[in-house]
Design a protein around this ligand. Structure first.
Ligand code: GLC
Length: 750
């Protein structure tokens, strides 16, 4: 398929039509030139392929298949291999179903636990999100299926998402919200990016050149194609100029007509249109060449895989007195509707048609378990009969396991949460059971954090998040010790909603949402404010214990071009095999540029038998120590003393070592008459001038008794006032003329 030849033979109308879909899920074909239409479908945690009526909200029927653990569960694995395995499985299914692109992963950041779509996204941390998403993208694309990373960008809420304007400062935008996309482009080589519905700082992303060309293509080297979210186009011609290649869904004839008209009347250069068409033809060509039509999939094997992955994702949040694992000889009660019909995925475009959902009760067929419904998931009212029955069953058992969580109506695409509480009837049930049964365990099915007013009354909490179609099998294995939980929460669990950093600015007002918390999202905020929480980022327990030792660094001083190798040892000091998500944080200097206390910069999942010890190795470059500096539109590593902190969570740092960083980057400063004197120290010329002035001032002081306007003041006060005095003070107090001052400023800025 010679795409340049095809382009040269296409009519203007055919080119214009190529920039819109031909239907809800297909690109445009050009039959006479042998260009087929290719299909794209949602993900991100299963294949939602609609054969009949189509929609982007999970309403119409899609093929029966397997759904896997969703975003927060996958992220809790802290395991790149888990995401690779998922990408392979879904990639094969796409090949078997002749789907050329999966609309996923979703990498928006969990700015607030209130976002209705958090169940679909990974984390509050951009590094973890980017690394895991890049692993998924790589393995999906190795199967010849394009990934379409979404929703680029600034779409961290559902409220008014299709028209809202995200107001965010440049540093926060890059450091927190863009860097996951950057990782999927640079590391994952993503073939497609989905532009979000919303605007950023007044400019709709779907027609924003800065986002779609300057950042995405020129800065990051993206060479794929950009597709709108469904119905997310703004001005189609302006979008083409900005770097938007494809409008979806298809079926809007006006788009092509307007593109043709714009080319004909000279307001759109045909070369711009040709670039978009070439991007689309490249995608179609790659889909054809990488097509594997004889791919067969075994949905039974995939259902087993779903359980295997969930075993790596579930998080043991609490386990007092080693309540878990449960002895198989125990008399166990499974209480709660979710024991039979677990919530395992979220509503909306990611909704997978699962014919054989496996709940824990039905999957526990070889164990003696009594069931009581306890509550109705689609109701928040307590049913006294169900409650009484559950209490009776709990009393008669050795252990009561409560299967609870958020019903579908509490979190979904298109709708944000207004609180983070569980349904009242479930909280009442949990309290009632814990009152009569000291051995009470809670299994939590949720797509995002919830408050736990009963946390001190229960012995253990296992969070399975939304664990996919086979969550029941995985839950049983974890509860009875056939598998050892190793997940760690990829988001902070606050004690109450009011503690969250976005609380005062979510979801904004009349479609404008200001990210006023800046970079202080999630643990970055709680650590800076030294706040307590229910469970900190990176927290997760195991049925065994791990010790950390022997932290070593290849060099204790680095500069911009250097790399540093960090090693440490992790040992399983318990008596069952387990896996540990070892986290590497960089502790930032707190006396320079505003920085979070520490930031996750690498992680590794280590599998250890009892008594086994392994060395873990990390390699860090400048980016690990850097923040995004708008003055240079790039990442900057500031000179100072940092620490490398190895942790079992963000609040459980086991090893730490200081690292001296010497930056060779001099940030540009434009001096003015009001630039503080202290800023002279930031440039070579400024330092030279400061030295001259100091010598002069000392000479002047020895000639005359010092008189000043400061009166009696502390040494600190005087130093501060001199340091922060604007350069123009040299005219008022240093005998310098305004012309001399301006000449100095010109020299400094030259
Ligand atoms: C939806 C979602 C997007 C999805 C698309 C197609 O509106 O925002 O994630 O991929 O439309 O269903």
């Amino acid at each position: 398929m010679d795409i340049n030849k095809i382009l040269s033979e296409m009519t203007l109308e055919e080119k214009a039509e190529m920039c819109s879909g031909s239907s809800f899920w297909y690109t445009q074909s050009v039959e006479r030139l042998g260009v087929p239409a290719v299909m794209m479908c949602d993900g991100p945690h299963g294949l939602r392929k609609q054969k009949g009526a189509a929609d982007h909200l999970g309403i119409n029927e899609s093929i029966e298949t397997v759904s896997y653990p969703t975003g927060p569960a996958l992220a809790a694995s802290f395991d790149r291999d888990v995401l690779r395995k998922l990408g392979e499985a879904i990639g094969e299914e796409c090949q078997a179903e002749n789907v050329a692109m999966l609309l996923g992963p979703g990498v928006n950041i969990k700015r607030s636990p209130l976002c209705g779509r958090n169940f679909e996204y990974f984390s509050e941390d951009p590094y973890l999100t980017g690394e895991l998403a890049a692993s998924f993208v790589e393995s999906l694309q190795e199967k010849g299926v394009a990934a379409c990373v979404k929703h680029y960008a600034g779409n961290e809420q559902e409220t008014l998402r299709m028209s809202s304007d995200t107001i965010v400062d440049e540093r926060t935008l890059h450091e927190i919200y863009l860097s996951p996309f950057e990782a999927t482009v640079k590391k994952g080589k993503a073939r497609s990016i989905m532009s979000s519905y919303n605007a950023i700082n007044g400019s709709f992303v779907a027609e924003c050149k800065k986002m779609l060309t300057d950042v995405l293509r020129e800065k990051w080297g993206f060479d794929g194609f950009v597709v709108t979210d469904w119905g997310g186009v703004q001005d189609r011609v302006k979008g083409l100029r900005a770097g938007l290649d494809l409008e979806m869904p298809g079926g809007n004839p006006d788009a092509a007509v307007r593109i043709v008209k714009a080319v004909q009347d000279g307001t759109l250069e045909e070369s711009v249109l040709d670039k978009a068409v070439l991007n689309m033809l490249t995608f179609v060509k790659r889909s054809i060449t990488k097509r594997q039509p004889d791919t067969n999939i075994d949905r039974d094997a995939n259902l087993k895989l779903a359980a295997e992955l969930e075993k790596e994702c579930a998080v043991l949040l609490k386990n007092d007195n080693a309540m878990l694992p449960i002895k198989k000889s125990s008399k166990v009660a499974y209480i709660g509707e979710f024991a039979k019909k677990p919530r395992y995925q979220g509503s909306g475009s990611s909704y997978i048609n699962v014919p054989n959902l496996v709940g824990a009760y039905d999957a526990a067929n070889n164990l003696s378990i009594t069931y009581a419904q306890g509550f109705r998931a689609n109701d928040s009212e307590t049913d006294a009969t169900l409650l009484d029955e559950a209490i009776k069953v709990a009393k008669e058992s050795d252990v009561a396991v409560l299967f609870v969580g958020l019903p579908n109506s509490y979190e979904s695409e298109g709708l944000d949460r207004s609180h983070i509480d569980m349904p009242a009837n479930q909280n009442i049930l949990i309290n009632a059971i814990a009152t009569v049964q000291p051995n009470t365990i809670v299994v939590m099915h949720t797509g995002s954090p919830v408050t736990m007013p009963w946390i001190d009354k229960v012995s253990a909490v296992l969070c399975v998040y939304l664990g996919g179609a086979n969550v029941g099998t995985a839950t049983n294995a974890l509860l009875f010790g056939d598998a050892n939980p190793s997940g760690k929460v990829a988001e902070s669990w606050p004690i109450r909603l009011e503690d969250t950093s976005a609380y005062l600015n979510f979801p904004g007002h009349e479609g404008v949402v200001e990210y006023r918390e800046g970079i202080y999202v999630g643990y970055r905020y709680y650590d800076k404010k030294r706040m307590d929480m229910l469970f900190p980022f990176g927290h997760g327990l195991s049925y065994t214990k791990f010790s950390y030792s022997d932290l070593k660094v290849s060099n204790s001083k680095i500069s911009d071009e250097d790399e540093i190798t960090v090693t440490c040892k992790v040992k399983n000091v318990g008596d069952v095999p387990g896996k540990e998500a070892v986290q590497l944080y960089i502790g930032n200097p707190q006396d320079g540029v505003q920085r979070p206390v520490r930031e996750l910069r690498d992680f590794a999942k280590v599998s250890l038998k009892p008594g086994e010890e392994k060395q873990v190795s990390f390699t860090l470059g400048k980016r690990a120590f850097a923040y995004y500096e708008p003055k240079i539109n790039d990442w900057n590593m500031e000179t100072g003393t940092y620490t490398i902190d190895i942790g079992a969570s963000s609040r459980d740092i086991r090893l730490s070592v200081a690292i001296e960083v010497e930056s060779t980057t001099e940030l540009p400063i434009v001096f003015t008459r009001n630039t503080p004197m202290a800023y002279l120290q930031k440039t070579a010329k400024g330092r030279a001038l400061a030295e001259q002035m100091t010598a002069k001032r000392q000479q002047a002081q020895s000639d005359s008794s010092a008189s000043d306007h400061l009166g009696e003041g502390s040494k600190e006060m005087v130093e501060a006032m001199v340091r922060e005095a604007p350069l123009k003070f040299m005219c008022s107090f240093g005998g310098v003329s305004i012309e001399q001052l301006d000449a100095m400023i010109e020299m400094l800025n030259s």
